[in-house]
Design a protein around this ligand. Structure first.
Ligand SMILES: *Cc1c(COP(=O)(O)O)cnc(C)c1O
Length: 394
């Protein structure tokens, strides 16, 4: 039988079925129930933060963070162009405008370009940063910790402070990543900026099917986000609403799965580390591609693995590589298409995009599920070497 190795699949080896069944038996299947508070408590303990609000998705968490940041129509939010589009769409849900910034070699936002954008394309008017060419106020930055690799938060926070910008960390891919050196030593992704957002979609390091969570530097902001996520209902018994809310709360069934997944998080991270090391060893002398490293001075959850291909040495495109590997039973994918080139975003400002274009053309994500065995990884590497070898210029 031919092998098939998927890119990234969920792992339910623990108490997921037991807890989900319990939630159903108890009849608590909707947006109330003990598993939701338990899940929030476990997240907060893990992250060493006071309050976490569980919500419907990472996208919903990002939207709520923007609302809580006071981002409104006519404001500007700085965002990366090399990211999943869900990190950017909520800016438009608020009818604000994104400005796109390039990445550095970690694939995360380039802090120097961010700084240069603020310095050269904007000016400070009292404590407001105004974008010169549009006259709009820059209110916030969305920083994505791409594939579990931490962005340079030390530098980004300096820039944010200097220019009075709110920082929303999109830590949807980086639950469990933390700094091991520097100012933020021991601090987890998502707990440095004003807001931190996590996702528990199917392929994330832990999953609740769909789901997300938000934390914030100010615990009151998290409480207010929780209130907004439950239709901004003021009273448990009466339908009184002082604000416009959302139906963005996590359900108890999702949270039940989440509690089980939290029990396994450290184990999953451990496996991601081991699998990454195996790939590293198997690919050590490979001339047609190299495995991207994670930032120095950090402990990454190593959620996704990126192979940087030497496209100049290959006949054919990244798409050809993916198709051929698929035929050999190895599922891979290209990194995202740049957001500033996508139809809904073509008319927004993109500032000095260079590296993101390069990485977008040559990064291949390779299988990274926690269930991978050594034999699976050996097979994946053999197929990669074979397929790329056949595409190599003589
Ligand atoms: C997964 C992801 C999101 C969105 O999370 P959902 O839970 O799928 O809404 C946002 N940003 C990035 C970078 C992601 O990878």
């Amino acid at each position: 039988m031919k092998r098939f190795i998927p890119l990234s699949i969920p792992n339910f080896e623990g108490n997921e079925r037991k807890y989900a069944d319990d939630a159903i038996v108890q009849g608590w299947v909707s947006t109330g129930g003990a598993y939701i508070t338990e899940f929030e408590k476990r997240m907060a303990n893990f992250l060493h933060t006071e309050e976490v609000a569980a919500c419907q998705s990472g996208t919903a968490g990002l939207h709520l963070s923007l609302v809580e940041s006071g981002v409104l129509q006519g404001d500007i939010v700085v965002a990366p162009t090399l990211t999943f589009i869900a990190a950017v769409n909520p800016i438009r849900y608020q009818f604000a405008d994104p400005v796109f910034i390039d990445c550095d070699d970690s694939l995360c936002m380039d802090p120097e370009k961010l700084c240069r954008f603020c310095k050269e394309e904007c000016f400070l008017q009292e404590d407001k940063l105004i974008h010169i060419s549009t006259g709009k106020q820059v209110k916030a930055i969305i920083v994505v910790h791409v594939f579990g690799n931490l962005a340079d938060m030390e530098r980004i926070m300096e820039v944010a402070e200097q220019y009075h910008l709110k920082v929303i960390e999109d830590a949807t891919e980086a639950l469990g990543s933390k700094y091991t050196e520097g100012k933020y030593k021991g601090i987890y992704a998502g707990t440095i900026g004003d807001f931190g957002v996590y996702s528990f979609n199917g392929n994330k390091i832990i999953t609740t099917g769909g789901g997300g969570a938000v934390t914030a530097k100010k615990p009151d902001f998290v409480k207010h986000i929780r209130y907004l996520s439950t239709q901004a209902k003021n009273d448990p018994h009466y339908y009184i609403h002082d604000e416009i809310g959302f139906n963005y709360r996590m359900t108890n069934v999702q949270a039940a799965i989440g509690v089980a997944q939290m029990e396994e998080l450290l184990e999953f991270i451990q496996r991601k580390q081991e699998n990454y090391t195996m790939y590293e060893n198997f690919l050590i002398d490979f001339e047609l591609g190299k495995l991207l490293k994670f930032r120095k001075g950090t402990f990454s959850n190593k959620w996704f693995y990126s192979l940087e291909l030497d496209m100049d040495k290959l006949r054919g495109s990244l798409r050809d590589v993916i198709t051929k590997l698929q035929e050999e039973g190895v599922q891979t994918r290209a990194i995202w298409g740049l957001i500033h080139e996508q139809t809904p975003y073509k008319n927004f400002v993109a500032y000095e995009i260079e590296r993101a274009s390069y990485y977008s053309s040559c990064i291949l994500n390779i299988p990274c599920s926690t269930q991978l065995t050594k034999s699976d990884i050996r097979y994946v590497v053999e197929q990669i070497k074979k397929v790329l070898g056949e595409m190599k210029y003589e």
